[in-house]
Design a protein. Structure first.
Length: 289
C-alpha cells in the first residue's frame, strides 16, 4: 500500500512531566514503517523540561509527518487534552501514545492491515513489552490468540486489553462524544462506549513498549480505585452494574492487598459485607481454578 492509498492515522501524544522519555516516544512515531501519519503533541502544563525536549524534535517532526502540531499550555488534565487533540485531528484512525511509551516500528502498519480487511472491528489492541526507566526489557505480555470482547466482558473486567496498543476508528470516537473529562480512567469508559458500536479485538501481535516507573498512573492506587467506581456510575442502568461494582471492588482490594498484605483480613471482611454471594463465588473460583 503506497502512501497515496494509505488512510490517514492520527497519533496523539499528551505530555506531562516526561522530560526523560518524551523524545523516545516521538522518535518511535517518526520511525514507523507506515507513512501517512499526522502527529499532534500537547504538553499539559509540564513543570520539568518536557517542552524544551519536544522543541528539539520539531524540525524532524515537520519533515516526517503530513500534518504536525505542537502546543503547550497550562494543565487541564488528560481527557481534556485528548479532546483538544481530537478537534485538530483529520485522520481515519486514532492512536494515542503516552509520552513515556514507545511504539514498535511496525505498529501502525500491522494494525492498519488488519483493520482495512476487518471492517467490523472498531478498535484493535495487541501485546506489550514492559521496559524500565532505562529502556531495559523487563517482560513481554503477549496476546496468545485473537479475542473479541463484548460490553459485558469489559464492564466485568474479564478482558485483557493493553491501552498503549490501541488503534481506533476515529468516527466512532467522535460518535460517542470523545473522552469524558471528569474521569481519570478515560480509556475504560471509551472502550465500554465503543463496545456498543462494534468489535473490540485483541490480536496476537506485540505493538508497543510500556514503561514502568514510579510516576505511572497505575501506581496511584487510591485514584485508580475511586476512578473505577466513577466510570461505573455512568452505567448504572446496565444489568451488569451490581456485579461490575463488586468486581471493581474486588480488583481494588487485590491491588491494595498486594501493596500492603497486613490489611488482608479487614479487606476480605469488607468484601463479604458488601456482597456475600459474589464474594463466595470469587473465592470458589480462586481456589478451584
Amino acid at each position: 500500500m503506497n502512501q497515496s492509498n494509505q488512510p490517514l492515522v492520527s497519533v496523539v501524544i499528551p505530555c506531562y512531566n516526561h522530560e526523560s522519555f518524551v523524545q523516545d516516544s516521538i522518535q518511535s512515531v517518526i520511525d514507523q514503517t507506515y507513512q501517512n501519519i499526522e502527529l499532534i503533541i500537547i504538553d499539559d502544563g509540564s513543570k520539568d523540561g518536557s517542552v524544551e525536549k519536544v522543541q528539539e524534535m520539531l524540525p524532524a517532526c515537520k519533515e516526517r509527518f503530513v500534518r504536525f502540531e505542537f502546543r503547550h499550555r497550562t494543565n487541564k488534565g488528560l481527557s481534556t487534552t485528548l479532546n483538544e487533540a481530537l478537534e485538530w485531528c483529520q485522520g481515519e484512525y486514532l492512536s494515542p501514545l503516552a509520552s513515556d511509551d514507545i511504539f514498535l516500528k511496525n505498529k501502525i502498519t500491522d494494525q492498519i492491515e488488519v483493520l482495512e480487511k476487518e471492517k467490523n472491528i472498531v478498535a484493535l489492541f495487541g501485546g506489550i513489552e514492559l521496559i524500565n526507566e532505562n529502556n531495559d526489557f523487563v517482560e513481554e505480555l503477549k496476546i496468545e490468540y485473537i479475542k473479541k470482547y463484548s460490553f459485558k466482558e469489559i464492564i466485568l473486567h474479564k478482558h485483557i486489553i493493553y491501552a498503549p496498543t490501541q488503534l481506533i476508528r476515529m468516527r466512532y470516537v467522535k460518535e460517542v462524544g470523545g473522552y469524558k473529562e471528569d474521569l481519570i480512567i478515560e480509556d475504560w469508559y471509551m472502550w465500554l462506549k465503543l463496545s456498543k458500536l462494534g468489535e473490540l479485538v485483541a490480536y496476537p501481535q506485540t505493538y508497543t513498549k510500556y514503561r514502568q516507573h514510579d510516576n505511572n498512573t497505575v501506581k496511584q492506587l487510591d485514584k485508580m480505585c475511586n476512578g473505577r467506581f466513577h466510570v461505573l456510575s455512568y452505567f448504572k442502568d446496565s444489568k451488569y452494574y451490581s456485579e461490575a461494582m463488586f468486581n471493581a471492588l474486588w480488583l481494588n482490594s487485590m491491588e491494595m492487598i498486594a501493596y500492603n498484605k497486613s490489611n488482608r483480613l479487614f479487606i476480605f471482611m469488607k468484601l463479604f459485607w458488601y456482597n456475600p454471594k459474589y464474594f463466595s463465588m470469587k473465592l470458589i473460583k480462586r481456589f478451584f481454578n
